[in-house]
Design a protein around this ligand. Structure first.
Ligand SMILES: Cc1cc2nc3c(=O)[nH]c(=O)nc-3n(C[C@H](O)[C@H](O)[C@H](O)COP(=O)(O)O)c2cc1C
Length: 227
């Protein structure tokens, strides 16, 4: 019975994804931090397109793909499921290990409240505590790090994650979903939090296009020439 319910849930999620993919995307490249109004519009727009995902809020996750590429880690934070979906595509393309970055204190489920919380964390340059650690960090050569754009930047939790590990000898590959702002300021800030890392070319996909981005993701990964 549980299996049937879980299949029905998966089918419902797939339908939602298809619906999201059909909506008109925003081409705006606005920085929300520059204007609260602009930010809220941008965030609201992308919230409409964001996909609610059980997986995004379900406890820490660290799982290996069938392909078993133990050199590659795909670490991601996702509040509403878009970045998680992209992370899963990267896992399919690389055979790496998935790791969900989660805060020790979960974020609110209320979108409007989250906007304020995220903005305050950014204003405080906060480093929210992490819920869990990566096992066998030293075994990874390549670490994909994925996150949604929050107010023109990565969520502060991402900087907590980056600063918790030694990046010596590792390649950091950023990826991001957003309502249209792309990576925002985060790309410029990554080296401060992971100074030893070699930072590879990242990929941004609009949240409402993630559902159809498999080929884009695969060709980006091929172009990185990671071995
Ligand atoms: C707190 C918050 C702030 C956001 N700020 C922006 C923003 O500044 N620019 C933007 O394009 N999208 C913004 N968004 C939209 C998300 O980046 C977008 O929906 C993303 O795909 C969500 O990823 P997720 O489903 O993995 O959480 C914001 C969303 C939230 C919740």
């Amino acid at each position: 019975m549980k299996k049937i319910l879980s299949m029905l849930l998966s089918m419902t999620m797939l339908c939602s994804l298809a619906a999201c993919g059909g909506e008109t995307p925003s081409d705006e490249e606005k920085s929300p931090a520059a204007s609260a109004d602009t930010a809220e519009q941008s965030a609201e727009l992308s919230s409409e397109n964001a996909v609610e995902s059980e997986g995004a809020s379900d406890g820490a996750e660290q799982e290996e793909a069938a392909g078993e590429n133990r050199d590659t880690l795909i670490a991601y934070f996702s509040w509403s499921g878009n970045t998680e979906q992209m992370a899963q595509m990267i896992q399919t393309a690389t055979g790496g290990v998935l790791f969900e970055i989660e805060p020790a204190t979960p974020y609110t489920d209320e979108y409007d409240t989250l906007l304020d919380v995220a903005q305050q964390e950014q204003a405080d340059d906060a480093r929210p505590a992490l819920a869990s650690e990566v096992d066998n960090w030293d075994s990874y050569d390549v670490v994909f790090v994925g996150y949604p754009d929050w107010w023109g930047d990565a969520p502060m939790l991402i900087y907590s994650f980056l600063e918790a590990y030694d990046w010596e000898g590792k390649t950091l590959v950023p990826f991001c979903t957003s309502g249209g702002s792309g990576f925002g300021r985060s790309l410029d800030k990554l080296p401060d939090s992971a100074p030893e890392a070699v930072i590879a070319e990242g990929l941004h996909v609009s949240g409402n296009r993630v559902g159809g981005a498999e080929e884009e993701v695969a060709s980006w990964i091929n172009g990185l020439n990671l071995t």
